[in-house]
Design a protein around this ligand. Sequence first.
Ligand code: FES
Length: 159
Amino acid sequence: MEISQVDAIVDRYDAAPSSLLAIMQDVQDEARYLPRDAMARIATRLDVPIARVYQMATFFESFHLEPRGKHICTVCMGTACHVRGASRLVEQLERDLDIGSGQTTADMMFTIEEVNCVGACALGPLVIVDGEYHGNMTSGSLQKVVKKMRKAETKGGTK
Ligand code: FES
């Protein structure tokens, strides 16, 4: 992410220190994570200690400090989903995408993440793909979802 992009976001909030959280969120929305140099720039522009930015970034689970893929596949590993086979779904994703859980593909297209109960236990096992909940997920339906995402990317790449 270019520093000018960070500056543009900070400017939208008039560099107000009270907007720190919103600025960090907007930066993450754009970069899909919080790059270290972006956090340093935010701290400088808002005139807040860098330690405060890091503190916020590590306190809120919604912030990510490592690069993430364009598509995020999040498998719920809460008890209800776990007993209904969530681990098998993670293993399947790992095989299909050839990465481990918590990792991102080399082309920066896919990231596999695990999360604890998201409060939709009746739908378990649950996989959240790019923010969309897919309940009662089976091996077959997960494969279809991944295939569909790959196909969409291939089409997008040929434009
Ligand atoms: S355990 Fe998965 S939604 Fe509750």
